[in-house]
Design a protein around this ligand. Structure first.
Ligand code: SF4
Length: 345
């Protein structure tokens, strides 16, 4: 091996092959994998059950990447924490920890920036800088778990970036974090959020990874959706919904629709009727999200009473719907804003 390999991105099978390549017995891979993904060793020196010679060999051929914490904001209301992390190349990303009665949930980023251009999103303003590797996604979970002193129970891939625009790294991350020999997080406790990259919805459905898939729907019609999500010009609403149905048929996972409520855009009584008609018959749940104002954009959130009324109209039409509980109101700000203000500084 010429360059050092990022050992956190290797699956157990790949690590076995790596061991053979450096002249070691393949069973060593299991020991190393456990050190990394069960004991969360941050250095080869901690792997005390391995010989010194092997540890030195690992040091020479591999690296264990890590994140540097630049800033942590903690909510006094509910303990939600926002993290600003520096990657090894100096790029910065955001992640969030949320506390629920059933444990802690972590929202991670999948790219530095994003190229999807959703109109209400701060993460996309500077475009996409680069994809995150599987280990950079994993490190967000591990670092937050380490700092919180608790095991993470849920992971939501809903921070900066479009996960299905970074498909191979996403799938690698899911395989590693869900591996019963390693991190052991149930795939059912992971949610991947997409704005609707149709070919990769089909691909994910066929991977045998039953994560929850959430579609950023945000509008009840193609015409309205185009105003909020430019990607919908490429992948039109009927084909996106068909892909989501396929995902459900292959995985049995109920579909989630994320619906950001934007004043004057998508929460009128007509919108409620159109939305109910659009999703009727699908095994789905709608999450209403009061949009976070972004300085650079003109969108505002509707009055709370209007969102409640919108929810009731959907419920009356038999649609399963909730308004997302706002976490960390005092440290709020849209996804990507902490990073933007850091970059501006
Ligand atoms: S909402 Fe998600 S997909 Fe859309 S621009 Fe923001 S980060 Fe990208």
């Amino acid at each position: 091996m010429s360059e050092k390999t990022d050992i956190l991105t290797r699956t157990l099978e790949e690590l076995k092959a790596d061991m053979e390549e450096i002249g070691e017995k393949s069973f060593r891979a299991k020991q190393i994998y456990e050190w990394l993904h069960v004991h969360h060793a941050g250095s080869f020196g901690e792997m005390t059950s391995l010989s010194k010679a092997l540890r030195e060999k690992l040091e020479k051929n591999f690296e264990i990447p890590s994140l540097r914490t630049l800033e942590v904001l903690t909510s006094r209301i509910d303990g939600t924490r926002k993290y600003l992390f520096a990657l090894e190349d100096g790029n910065v990303i955001e992640s969030v920890l949320m506390r629920y009665s059933y444990g802690i949930s972590v929202c991670i980023s999948s790219q530095v920036g994003c190229r999807m251009g959703c109109r209400f999103c701060a993460s996309t303003i500077g475009g996409r800088v680069r994809d995150l590797t599987a280990s950079e996604m994993l490190c967000q979970v591990l670092e937050i778990s380490r700092q919180a002193g608790e095991r993470v129970g849920h992971v939501v891939i809903m921070g900066s970036g479009e996960p299905l625009d970074n498909y191979d790294n996403l799938v690698r991350f899911l395989r590693i974090i869900g591996d019963p020999d390693g991190e052991r997080l149930s795939l059912r406790d992971i949610t991947v959020s997409t704005c609707g990259i149709v070919p990769n919805i089909y691909a994910l459905a066929d991977e045998g990874l039953p994560v929850t898939l959430a579609l950023s729907l945000h509008a009840p019609s193609q015409e309205k959706r185009e105003r909020l999500l430019p990607i919908s010009l490429k992948y039109q609403l009927p084909e996106v919904l068909e892909a989501m149905q396929y995902y459900f048929s292959k995985t049995g996972r109920r579909i989630t629709f994320e619906y950001s409520c934007v004043e004057g855009e998508n929460t009128s009584p007509e919108d409620a009727v159109m939305l109910a008609d659009l999703v009727r018959g699908m095994n789905c749940h709608i999450n209403l999200i009061p949009v976070n104002p972004v300085e650079e954009r003109a969108f505002r959130r509707p009055d709370r009473r209007d969102i409640e009324a919108f929810r009731r109209m959907l419920e009356k039409r038999g649609i399963s719907v909730t308004i997302r509980r706002e976490m960390g109101r005092d440290i709020n700000g849209a996804c990507g804003q902490l990073r933007r203000s850091y970059l501006e500084k």
